[in-house]
Design a binder for this molecule. Structure first.
Ligand code: SF4
Ligand code: SF4
Length: 442
C-alpha cells in the first residue's frame, strides 16, 4: 500500500507562504466591537514566540529546512509542546492555511527520522502499539472488559469476527482501556441495543486507529496499523456485510476519515463502507423519528467542541487553475463535515437540558490541551491546559461539560480534579442513554 504522507521538504513551498503577520496568535471575532481570545495552549503557557501558534512553528520549519536551526533539546521540546489543535490554522487566511497542522506534523516526522523525536515519554506509545496494538500498554484481553455488564445482563454484544452485521462499532483504545471513560462505549452499545440495531465489535481483534502515532510523527507505526485496519474493514465488508463503521472517538474518526485517505488504496478498500461518528449516526436516526427521548435531565450544561470533530474536518476550496485569484490560492473553508451543530441540536432535544455556551466555541474552540501526544508527553501540563477550559466552562454557570471525544473527556476530567472544580464531565451518548427508553425499534 502506497502512502502520500508529505515530508517537510515537500511542504517547503507552503512554508514560505507565511508572512509572519501573527494573526494566528489569537482567535478573532471582528465584531463590532472587535474581540479576541487566546487560542494556542503552548502560547498561553510559555509565551515565547517559538511556542506560539503557527507563526512560531513555521519559523522553526524554515530554520530546519535551511539548516540554520539544528536539533537541540529546546527545539524538539517546542515542536512537541503543541496539541496540533489547528486553532492557529483557523485564524490564518493565506494559501498555506490548510497545510498548517501537516507542517507541524511533518516537522515531527523529520524529528523521528533524525532520531531526536518523539519525546522520551511518548516513545512508550510506539512501544506499546508494537507490543499490544494500543497506546495504553493494555493487554488485548482487557479491550473487552467494558462489555461485562452486557454479558451479565444476558445482552451480549455480537462478535463481528464470528457473526455478520451491517454496523461495526469501532470502539477505540481510549474508551476501551481508559477506566474513567469506559462509560462511553457502555452508553453507545446500550443505545444501539435499545434501538434494536444489528451491530458488532471486533473485540480483542480491534487494533489502534493510529491517530496518536501520526500526531507525534511516527508515520511508520501509523501506516502499519492503518493498513491492517483498512484490510480488516474490506474483509468485514466482503465477508460479514459491514457497510457502516460507527465510532464514538473523535481521534479514531479523524484518522479513519481523513488520515487514511492518504493511502493510495483508500477508495478501493472503503468502497461501500461509510464512516460516521456516533453522534451524527444517532442524529440521523433522531431526525428520521427513530429515536425519541422520554423523561428528562434538568441540567445546565456547556459543550466542548473537540478539535478532531471540528477544525480537523475542514475542507478547503482552492483556485485550482488560477481563474479566480491565482493558481492554488486558498479561497474558502467548507465546514459542512465539522460536527458543530449536530451535538448541540441533540443536546437541546433532550428534555430539561439548558445549554449555555462558552466564549470560544466551534471553529474557535479552545483545545482541551491533551491532543497531539501532549497528554502522554507532558501529562501535568495537559491537565493544566484542561483546567483553563474547565474555568471557561464554570464561568457560564453550567454544572456539566459535555463533549463527544473520550480523549477530551479524560483530560478535561483531570483538569477539573486538578483545580477542585465541581464541573462534571459527560459524553453526549451518556446523556442520551439516560433518556432513551428500552422499547425503541430502529
Ligand atoms: S501562519 Fe498565517 S496567520 Fe500565522 S503568521 Fe503565518 S501568515 Fe500570519
Ligand atoms: S496547532 Fe494549536 S497548539 Fe499547535 S501551534 Fe497551533 S494553536 Fe498552538
Amino acid at each position: 500500500m502506497e502512502w502520500n504522507i508529505p515530508t517537510l521538504k515537500e511542504l517547503e513551498e507552503k512554508i514560505w507562504k507565511c508572512t509572519a503577520c501573527g494573526n494566528c496568535k489569537s482567535a478573532y471575532d471582528y465584531g463590532p466591537p472587535p474581540e479576541f481570545g487566546e487560542i494556542c495552549p503552548p502560547g498561553v503557557a510559555f509565551g515565547f514566540e517559538g511556542y506560539l501558534a503557527s507563526k512560531g512553528k513555521i519559523a522553526f520549519a524554515r530554520g530546519i529546512l535551511s539548516g540554520e536551526l539544528e536539533w537541540d533539546e529546546e527545539l524538539v521540546d517546542a515542536i512537541y509542546k503543541c496539541t496540533v489543535c489547528a486553532g492557529c490554522a483557523n485564524q490564518c487566511e493565506l494559501d498555506h492555511k490548510p497545510y498548517i497542522p501537516e507542517i507541524i506534523e511533518a516537522m515531527r516526522r523529520k524529528a523521528v527520522e533524525d532520531s531526536v523525536g518523539p519525546m522520551p515519554s511518548q516513545k512508550k506509545i510506539v512501544q506499546s502499539m508494537k507490543s499490544y496494538d494500543n497506546p495504553y500498554q493494555g493487554p488485548r484481553r482487557v479491550r473487552t472488559d467494558w462489555t461485562r455488564p452486557f454479558k451479565k445482563a444476558k445482552k451480549p454484544i455480537k462478535d463481528i469476527n464470528k457473526e455478520p452485521a451491517p454496523i461495526l462499532y469501532f470502539v477505540g483504545c481510549t474508551g476501551a482501556f481508559n477506566l474513567p471513560v469506559r462509560g462511553v462505549p457502555v452508553a453507545t452499545a446500550s443505545i444501539f441495543q435499545k434501538l434494536g440495531l444489528d451491530f458488532g465489535i471486533l473485540g480483542q481483534n480491534e487494533i489502534c486507529c493510529g491517530s496518536t502515532a501520526m500526531r507525534i510523527g511516527e508515520a511508520d507505526e501509523f501506516k502499519r496499523v492503518a493498513e491492517a485496519n483498512l484490510k480488516t474493514f474490506r474483509k468485514l465488508h466482503e465477508e460479514k456485510g459491514v457497510n457502516t463503521i460507527v465510532t464514538s472517538c473523535a481521534g479514531c474518526y479523524r484518522a479513519i476519515k481523513k488520515d487514511y485517505t492518504l493511502s493510495s488504496d483508500y477508495d478501493k478498500m472503503m468502497e461501500g463502507i461509510t464512516v460516521i461518528h456516533t453522534v451524527e449516526f444517532l442524529y440521523n436516526l433522531y431526525k428520521e423519528g427513530k429515536m425519541n427521548f422520554s423523561g428528562g435531565l434538568p441540567w445546565k450544561v456547556t459543550y466542548h467542541d473537540p478539535c478532531h470533530t471540528g477544525r480537523h474536518l475542514n475542507k478547503y476550496k482552492f483556485d485550482v487553475d488560477g481563474t479566480i485569484a491565482w493558481k492554488d490560492a486558498y479561497l474558502e473553508t467548507d465546514q459542512s463535515e465539522c460536527l458543530y451543530d449536530i451535538p448541540r441540536e441533540l443536546l437541546k432535544a433532550i428534555p430539561g437540558i439548558e445549554l449555555i455556551e462558552m466564549e470560544r466555541i466551534k471553529d474557535n474552540s479552545y483545545c482541551c490541551g491533551g491532543g497531539g501526544g501532549v497528554m502522554t508527553g507532558y501529562g501535568d501540563w495537559a491537565a493544566k491546559n484542561a483546567s483553563l477550559r474547565i474555568e471557561e466552562g464554570m464561568n457560564t454557570g453550567a454544572e456539566y461539560m459535555i463533549s463527544i471525544c473520550p480523549f477530551c473527556h479524560y483530560n478535561l476530567n483531570e483538569g477539573s480534579k486538578r483545580i477542585g472544580s465541581s464541573m462534571k464531565l459527560y459524553d453526549l451518548v451518556e446523556l442520551i442513554d439516560q433518556v432513551l427508553p428500552e422499547t425503541e425499534e430502529a
